[in-house]
Design a protein around this ligand. Structure first.
Ligand code: PMP
Ligand code: GLN
Length: 387
């Protein structure tokens, strides 16, 4: 029996694998792991098919193909007025997951502290530890999951190097407001921090809420490394084409690590994503519009089932409090759910250091076809969900 390296000690297996396996094993409807059950734009799939046929099958340049880097720079310009040099300020990554890994490996020394919004996406926990960093959670507390100035300031110490931000926020659905972003900017500038910001849900925001990249705030462009991914915006999660943008020093630090992780990302998919960004610019907003009605359908169903939902402002997740049904532990609830209702969800406590702050919370995904969401709702409303 061989043991794993100590750098992996205490990192639990990803909850997504565990819960998707539970769905497969029980035949339950999977409202857990966040992936859509319909494909992205047909013209983008066609662009990939033709890139495969036209011999785009050898290594792409390490930082990404020139056409995709240029399309990413145009995307940032068009949506946010951010000007980037595609040669030096844009790197293509193998999904945002590699972007997160390469950013942390490229920027964090052993002992450096990383302040991170909690609940956090689970790869943050793993990669901060693998990089040798020390996690300092900044908890967004139920029921409204807003960023609190005092909580943020308390998490910052003289050892803090990076503030790891995520908005629109998985799992809570919070979209940081202008005032919250300004608070982060003030703290980052005051303490000379690097902000790594995961904006994979940038286009998936709902009525009354808009995503503002923190890099657009005064004084922030030079200290912000922005990550995103085509997976969420174009419902192509399996393609794993993401990107990092920002100033040369930060993008360079990420690239220094990325070149040893994968060297380069999938060649034929890169021209196809360039096509997506340039030729299908409205597709993500239309996806958001269709997701908004599914959000409402799921939230109404959850409320009818006695699970008070927090209406998400962005992402494709909704968080509920299970305590009104007599449950105290979301993991026990999620383990019982396939048998009780034929549905799988995610226990939010997997995303907390302060497990007690999230023990009573469960996350549900609504990025499924409307009839699948409706069937999930029917099952939940019909089921006996009391503990
Ligand atoms: N960050 C967040 C907040 C996510 O929810 C996800 C989910 N996929 C990722 C990063 C990973 O993105 P990718 O699939 O592009 O690696
Ligand atoms: N981002 C997706 C979620 O939060 C899943 C990604 C994964 O399985 N690692 O559900």
């Amino acid at each position: 029996m061989h043991s794993h390296a100590t750098r992996l000690d205490g990192i639990p297996p990803t909850i997504f694998t565990q819960m998707s396996a539970l769905a497969v094993r029980t035949g339950a409807l999977n409202l857990g792991q966040g992936f859509p059950d319909s494909d992205g734009p047909a013209s983008v799939v066609e662009a990939a098919r033709s890139a495969l046929a036209q011999g785009r099958n050898q290594y792409a340049p390490g930082p990404g193909t020139p056409e995709l880097r240029a399309a990413i720079a145009r995307h940032q310009q068009r949506h946010y007025g951010i000007e980037l040099d595609p040669e030096r300020e844009v790197v293509v990554t193998t999904g945002a997951t590699e972007g997160i890994a390469a950013a942390l490996l490229g920027l964090v020394d052993p002992g450096d502290e990383v302040a991170v919004l909690e609940p956090y996406y689970d790869s943050y926990l793993a990669m901060i530890q693998i990089a040798g960093g020390v996690r300092r959670p900044v908890t967004l507390r139920a029921p409204d999951f807003r960023l609190d100035a005092e909580t943020l300031r308390t998490a910052i110490t003289p050892r803090t190097k990076v503030l790891l931000l995520n908005s629109p926020h998985n799992p809570t659905g919070t979209v940081l407001t202008g005032a919250e972003l300004q608070l982060v900017a003030d703290v980052a500038i005051e303490h000379d921090l690097v902000v790594v910001t995961d904006e994979v849900y940038e286009h998936l925001t709902y009525s009354g809420h808009t995503h503002v990249p923190i890099a657009t705030l005064p004084g922030m462009a030079e200290r912000t490394l922005t990550l995103s991914s085509s997976g969420k915006s174009y419902s192509l999660t399996g393609w794993k084409i993401g990107w990092a943008t920002g100033p040369v020093d930060l993008v360079g630090a990420l690239l220094s690590a990325k070149q040893w992780l994968t060297f380069t990302s999938g060649s034929p998919l890169q021209p196809a994503i360039a096509h997506a960004l340039d030729a299908e610019p409205e597709w993500p907003r239309e996806l958001a519009r269709s997701l908004e009605s599914r959000r409402d359908l799921l939230c109404e169903g959850l409320a009818a089932a006695g699970l008070s939902p927090r209406i998400p402002e962005g992402t494709y997740f909704v968080t509920t409090d299970i305590s009104a049904l007599g449950w105290t532990d979301g993991l026990a609830f999620c383990e019982a759910l396939p048998e009780r209702a034929g549905v799988v969800a995610i226990p939010t406590q997997a995303f907390y250091d302060d497990v007690d702050a999230g023990r009573h919370l469960v996350r549900w995904a609504f990025c499924k076809q409307p009839d699948v969401v409706a069937e999930g709702v029917r099952r939940l409303v019909a089921a006996e969900l009391r503990s």
